[in-house]
Write a protein that binds this ligand. Sequence first.
Ligand SMILES: C[S@@+](CC[C@H](N)C(=O)[O-])C[C@H]1O[C@@H](n2cnc3c(N)ncnc32)[C@H](O)[C@@H]1O
Length: 251
Amino acid sequence: MAATTSSNDRFNTDAATWDGNPTVQRATALAHKAYLAHLEADTDATALATSDVLEIGCGTGLLSLALAPAVASLVAVDPAKGMIAALNAKLESQPSTTNVRTVCATLHGADDPRLQAAVAAGTGVNNGGEKGRRRFDLVVSHLVLHHVPDLDELLAVMFACLRTGGRVLLTDFEDFGPAARSFHPEAKMDGVARHGLKRTEMAALLAWVGFEDVRVETAFSVDKHVETQPGSGDVGPLVKFPFLLCSGRKP
Ligand SMILES: C[S@@+](CC[C@H](N)C(=O)[O-])C[C@H]1O[C@@H](n2cnc3c(N)ncnc32)[C@H](O)[C@@H]1O
């Protein structure tokens, strides 16, 4: 699909400078904190220390490496070769992190052999049950869904990747109206499928693919400089962008 391809092209280039973007760093730190707070409050969820985690759209692994010390295993998936290469380089330079595996792919199913191979090579403790297929306790994804044209398809894949009782935690900026478009400068609209997430749409889609205990709530906000005028390329005022945390449980 054209939108996905161009998105990947952009992220292959962006990978080299991604970690130097303070907005990206701040948003990741806030998402990490929001995930931990959510899971701490969810007393029925599998303890993080014994959780096998799947991250969709991991980029250079900022969130992956923040989560890794607290979980049993983490498989980090991204279709952009540049992003996965950046994460692989980090993993090579910190050999003490042994519980992260990477997959360069756009997943269209839970039984994708590349995903299954990564799980089989990993350190997970809870998988290997249901008819030999490997499933996860937790699926996370941060700042990715606004790049995905077919949200219903991806949410269904996430659902299929979970074990019974598994959780999904998704963060991205909210489509709070026309001003949400300014999250991206006009020169970076390539691969942007939507200007943030709509609360009611996310709740309906998560329920539609089968999740229960669906919640969509404002988790934090990120101040970001926008362009003075759309397309000017000039740094303009700081705008507060609310981020939604969308969650659900596989029954
Ligand atoms: C804005 S970046 C966020 C990266 C990372 N999550 C972070 O916050 O630093 C979006 C990422 O989503 C990835 N992506 C785009 N379409 C995707 C899809 N269909 N499935 C998984 N990842 C996708 C891109 O390659 C890119 O790495």
